[in-house]
Design a binder for this molecule. Structure first.
Ligand code: FAD
Length: 392
């Protein structure tokens, strides 16, 4: 058990901590951990090399591990490819630090999006319909983990996010104003947790392992950050359950009938699991928000701020961090799009892009993994490191 620090209902949500841990352990994490391995969900389309719109590039990639290994064309699913004569030389297949443009495949779009709408997400800065310079990345080969990206470059992004785009409001302030900070803080906690869970312990011997003092120093020491993680998890979970009809009927075709059928089955399992539905039928109640007189204006302001945060992802000076930053921000943007109306209008139906579904489910998996890590490791880490702090 996590101890008495986290009990009762997760703030602004509809389920309690204990239930969240239980359904995550029993249902969500095991399912999500399998689903993200299937071809439909493991290839993410992303524009990785855009200029930062706010300041000159200060990219600082200290480790080789910072760079992203793209998919060679023969690897990503058949239906993602165009049957053109275009092909890459074998040189393109390796992870290319320094000349990433060489592996960009600009031919993949028309078939990949067959049957899927192409529409810009109003919550994000990237124009999702603009496919120039987009490329596919196999997420399984590029796990979110420690990269060595740190110092002023990383700090500048987080500072710009928090100070300019989502200030922390006191808890008495309305939920609409607090929501963006909580979502970003929850995502930030999750990123830090993944750094702690998969850390380069010894550079010389290339030994990877857990860094539990980092987990304590960056997340567990601040109960608010843990609470915000749970909040973000439930918020994204609610968006997935709200989009059940759409996600159930979506076309998961990648040209591999067996794996595609399994993807569909697993999605169905996730969306209709009775344990989940009995224990936490509505993880978050979006209907309560934006109701007051200033509701529409507040929502537009939140949307503008979120778009700025999304634009800041192009300033992240490490490829792999940018990849996961972009994916998770698109995932959050998709959750916001599902749960809230667009430009003050009720969103009609759930029309999602293929890439939005991929981002949403991978984000839910990241958050689920973080909740699990905190639940599994939290109590003993707090005992060890919390004591050291209070004793010193
Ligand atoms: P930071 O994590 O940089 O935090 C900066 C400040 O933000 C803290 O001092 C604190 O005041 C505040 N803060 C911290 N956590 C929270 C929270 N949960 N809620 C509210 N406020 C908080 N590094 C990797 O090794 N791998 C990655 O995959 C990776 N992905 C990244 C993705 C993005 C989008 C960004 C901007 C950075 C990423 N980084 C990644 C860098 C990493 O997040 C840290 O910035 C870096 O490790 C330095 O950490 P730090 O101790 O200075 O604190």
């Amino acid at each position: 058990q996590q101890g008495l620090k986290y009990y009762g209902i997760v703030e602004d949500c509809c389920c309690d901590y204990e239930t969240v841990d239980r359904i995550n352990e029993d249902v969500l994490y095991p399912l999500l951990h399998e689903i993200v391995k299937y071809p439909f969900l493991r290839y993410f389309k992303v524009k990785l090399w855009c200029d930062c719109p706010f300041w000159p590039d200060d990219g600082m990639c200290r480790l080789r591990d910072c760079s992203v290994c793209e998919c060679p064309e023969n690897e990503f699913p058949k239906t993602f490819r165009e049957s053109s004569s275009h092909s890459h030389s074998s040189d393109d297949i390796v992870c290319q630090e320094g000349k990433p443009e060489a592996t960009v495949d600009r031919t993949i779009d028309t078939k990949a999006f067959r049957g899927w709408i192409v529409e810009d997400n109003p919550w994000t800065n990237d124009d999702e319909t603009d496919t120039d310079e987009m490329t596919y990345v196999n997420l399984q080969l590029n796990p979110e983990r420690y990269t060595g990206y740190t110092g002023p470059s990383a700090r500048r992004i987080w500072d710009a996010i928090y100070t300019e785009n989502c200030p922390k409001y006191p808890s008495g302030e309305c939920q609409e104003k607090r929501i963006l900070y909580k979502l970003i803080s929850g995502l930030h906690s999750s990123i830090s947790i993944h750094i702690a869970a998969d850390y380069l312990i010894d550079e010389k011997t290339n030994t990877w392992g857990q860094n539990l003092s980092l987990l304590y120093d960056r997340v567990l020491k601040y109960p608010d950050r843990v609470r915000n993680l749970y909040f973000t998890f439930l918020f994204v979970l609610r968006s997935v359950t709200k989009a059940t009809d759409y996600l159930e009927q979506a076309d998961y075709d990648t040209g591999n009938p067996l794996e595609d059928m399994n993807t569909k089955l697993m999605m169905k399992k996730l969306l209709h699991d009775s344990k989940l539905q009995d224990a936490c039928p509505k993880p978050f109640d979006e209907a309560k928000l934006w109701k007051g007189q200033s509701g529409p204006e507040l929502m537009q302001q939140t949307q503008r701020q979120f778009r700025n945060i999304s634009a800041l992802m192009d300033c992240v000076g490490c490829e792999k961090c940018r990849l996961w930053g972009k994916l998770q921000v698109l995932g959050l943007g998709t959750a916001l799009k599902i749960l809230f109306s667009v430009n003050g209008q009720e969103h009609s139906g759930q029309t999602l892009q293929r890439n939005e579904v991929i981002a949403l489910i991978n984000l839910l998996h990241r958050l689920s993994e973080s909740v699990k890590f905190v639940h599994d490791m939290g109590p003993s880490v707090e005992r060890i490191f919390g004591k050291q702090i209070s004793a010193s």
